[in-house]
Write a protein that binds this ligand. Structure first.
Ligand code: SAH
Length: 214
């Protein structure tokens, strides 16, 4: 599959839509303008790649809605070179956007088939995050600490392990709630045992499944 002028035009329209919906982080919008989202889709859904919606990617999972990807990426307040951990590689789209933002990315996925597909696509596109096949509810102790952690599946609570794997001043962006609807939380590590939590409203994710998840 190719990236054509038509796809580029559709991406420009998507970015304008995200701007209207309140996404103002220019680096994030530029990354979304750059990453060919249609390549992360399969079969029949390709035509919908530039609508602001979530779609199935197989194995009962979904590629997050562009607004959600943009919102989480903005909430992370990233700077190039930061060490970032993503939980839930899925299609690899959010990972590509994070790589485009110049961070040093580690991403964990519990479904091997999705991880393999994401690995091939991300490599083809020239991105090289470090991908891990493991239970992301345990974080990634071997690579900690992280400046940022982003969780792209809905958690029943904030797992302590993420807070432990954050560096001082680090931030965790995580949807927390029940199986249907969650609230987007940003937790900042202000001291070794102190944290600030901010709430950014309702979002919907597939469940985070594992030892510290559902
Ligand atoms: N970031 C992805 C969103 C995928 S949906 C994208 O841009 O496409 C959420 C993903 O989290 C699914 O692929 C699901 O398999 C994965 N997931 C759920 N629980 C997990 C866990 N404990 N560890 C790692 N990945 C998990």
């Amino acid at each position: 599959m190719k990236d054509t002028y038509k796809h580029k035009g559709l991406r420009k329209r998507l970015v304008e839509e995200l701007l209207q919906k309140g996404i103002t982080d220019e680096a994030v919008l530029k990354a979304i303008l750059h990453v060919p989202r249609h390549l992360f889709f399969q079969g029949d859904f390709v035509d919908f790649a530039y609508e602001d919606k979530a779609y199935p990617i197989g194995d009962g999972q979904t590629i997050s809605q562009p607004f959600t990807v943009a919102a989480q990426s903005s909430l992370l307040q990233l700077k190039p070179g930061m060490r970032v951990l993503e939980i839930g590689t899925g299609s690899g789209y959010q990972a590509a956007v994070l790589c485009e933002l110049g961070v040093d990315l580690f991403s964990v996925e519990r479904k091997k088939s999705l991880l393999d597909k994401a690995y091939r696509l991300l490599s083809d596109l020239g991105y090289s995050p470090e991908l891990h096949y493991s239970d992301g509810t345990l974080g990634l102790a071997s690579r900690a600490p992280f400046d940022r952690i982003i969780v792209t599946a809905g958690a029943p609570k904030v797992p302590d392990v993420y807070l432990n794997q954050l560096s001082l001043g680090g931030k965790l962006v995580i949807p927390v709630g029940n199986a249907e609807v969650q609230r987007m939380l940003r937790v900042t590590k202000t001291g070794e045992h102190s944290f600030d939590t901010e709430d950014f409203g309702e979002f919907r994710f597939v469940p985070l499944i594992g030892a510290e998840g559902w």
